[in-house]
Design a protein around this ligand. Structure first.
Ligand SMILES: *Cc1c(COP(=O)(O)O)cnc(C)c1O
Length: 356
């Protein structure tokens, strides 16, 4: 098979070795005489998969025993729902930073459960920059929620912001992409389909004291505490998706977050400098310090170049660079698994296109 150069935003590229191992396990898992698709979620084999994957997440994030790592269902959006269900009382308030599409969707979900205060927003700038972090954060807020990487608009908070209330972060599109003080979060979570593995599961990491703060009666499936007590197997989890994620976590650990971060910076710099150099394009995010290392968004100066450049790329086996429908233009997603050489290839294709 000739693999395409896949800049899709998510589900996204996975390393070939991860795909090979996952494919082998579909035929037979670990000499068990069974496919990974057939094993019990209550058996020893899957126990080991859950345990190793949770330990790897904890290790990669530099956590100690204060946090619990959970495998969850429902991607990012179920977390948008469960966070206010668990932590925002009907007469309480939660703070949200509105830095893009996903941040806004997360805060809309919270309005079903309690009062939502938008502490900062860059909506009026069509999210082409990060909103200024609020100076005054009321101590009465149940929590403050923000999105570390704005997948659609290509902005990213690299440092952990100052916050005196429980800080909750959606890291769906940049978890493990850089060193971060992960232990300082009350909770962080990520849908799997960008830097963790295939779609179908999500990771939620919660500081244990938060589990005692649940504000309403909830059925077990929607209560974090119940998932923690059951070791992420409250019901039948997506066994294969979690196994494939474990393979990706092993890959991540073997490379190391420091090396991954270095390469992510190289890839991003290479691409942003070409976007700025190339006479046909301009970068959507002008403030360099706000630019994402995961999603590079740019626009053609001449509208006609939009579909022509997409076609030109496709002829060179490059796919997935069309911008999200709400942002337009181009978005090149260069998650952890994207090799530098593929970004170099795209850069040379941009140069050829300019010459033509
Ligand atoms: C992709 C993404 C999500 C995804 O949510 P799903 O419900 O799993 O589709 C959420 N948040 C961010 C920041 C994302 O990039």
């Amino acid at each position: 098979m000739k693999r395409k150069i896949n800049f899709n935003a998510g589900p996204a590229i996975l390393p070939e070795e991860v795909l090979k191992h996952a494919a082998e396990a579909v035929i037979e898992y670990n000499n068990s005489g069974l496919s990974i698709l057939e094993i019990s979620h209550r058996g020893k084999a899957f126990d080991n998969i859950i345990q190793e994957s949770c330990e790897l997440i904890s290790e990669l994030c530099g956590l100690n025993n204060d946090h619990t790592v959970l495998w969850m269902h429902g991607g990012g959006r179920l977390q948008f729902s469960m966070i206010p269900m668990n932590f925002l009382a009907q007469n309480g308030s939660a703070g949200y930073i509105d830095s893009g599409h996903w941040a806004e969707e997360a805060l809309e979900y919270a309005t079903y459960y309690g009062d939502v205060q938008i502490l900062a927003s860059s909506k009026e700038h069509t999210y082409n920059r990060l909103p200024q972090w609020p100076e005054h954060i009321s101590k009465d807020l149940a929590y403050l929620h923000y999105t570390t990487n704005n997948t659609i608009y290509g902005t990213q908070y690299k440092n952990v912001p100052d916050c005196k209330v429980p800080l909750i972060a959606d890291m769906s599109s940049d978890i493990f992409s850089c060193k971060r003080d992960y232990a300082s979060y009350a909770m962080f979570y990520a849908a799997a389909q960008k830097n963790i593995g295939p779609a179908g599961c999500a990771v939620a990491v919660i500081r244990k004291d938060m589990l005692q703060r649940v504000v309403r009666d909830l059925p077990p499936m929607l209560r974090y505490q119940a998932h923690a007590e059951q070791g992420s197997v409250l019901n039948t989890p997506p066994v294969f998706a979690i196994y494939a994620s474990l393979l990706m976590l092993r890959w991540t650990k073997a490379k190391g977050i420091a090396a991954i971060e270095k390469e992510n910076n190289q890839k991003a710099e290479l691409l942003y400098s070409e976007v700025e150099r190339n006479s046909l394009f301009h970068a959507n995010v002008k403030r360099k310090e706000d630019r994402s290392t995961m999603n590079v968004c740019f626009t053609a100066k001449n509208k006609d170049d939009e579909s022509a450049f997409l076609n030109f790329c496709e002829m060179q086996n490059i796919i997935g660079i069309k911008g999200h429908r709400s942002a337009g233009g181009f978005r090149v997603s260069i998650y952890n698994a994207m090799p530098l050489k593929d970004v170099q290839k795209l850069v040379s294709v941009m140069q050829e296109y300019e010459k033509d």
